[in-house]
Design a protein around this ligand. Structure first.
Ligand code: FES
Length: 90
């Protein structure tokens, strides 16, 4: 369920909590808050944006082709479907 302003809360471990729109990719939402996320292809095949998902769920806008562990997501091609807790990989 979104917050009252139709956004999801994204808790980034050891940094800040921001909001994300369900209409944008997670990468776009993080960038809109000036959060530095590594990326390259922005299409789900290079794996450069790989991020640890600690809580919550996402849905993919395209089938991710990059290798991911079970606890990882690709912010460039997914959107939050509820509040998330993530750990950025740098
Ligand atoms: S930027 Fe390439 S998989 Fe996300």
């Amino acid at each position: 369920m979104t917050d009252r302003d139709n956004t999801y809360r994204i808790d980034i471990v050891d940094t800040v909590t921001v909001t994300a729109s369900p209409d944008k990719t997670l990468l776009e939402s993080l960038e809109s808050h000036k959060i530095d996320v590594q990326y390259h292809c922005r299409e789900g095949f290079c794996g450069a944006c790989r991020t640890t998902l600690l809580e919550g769920d996402v849905e993919y806008t395209t089938d991710p082709l990059a290798f991911m562990d079970d606890d990882e997501i690709l912010p460039c091609c997914c959107k939050p479907t509820n509040h998330l807790k993530i750990k950025l990989g740098f």
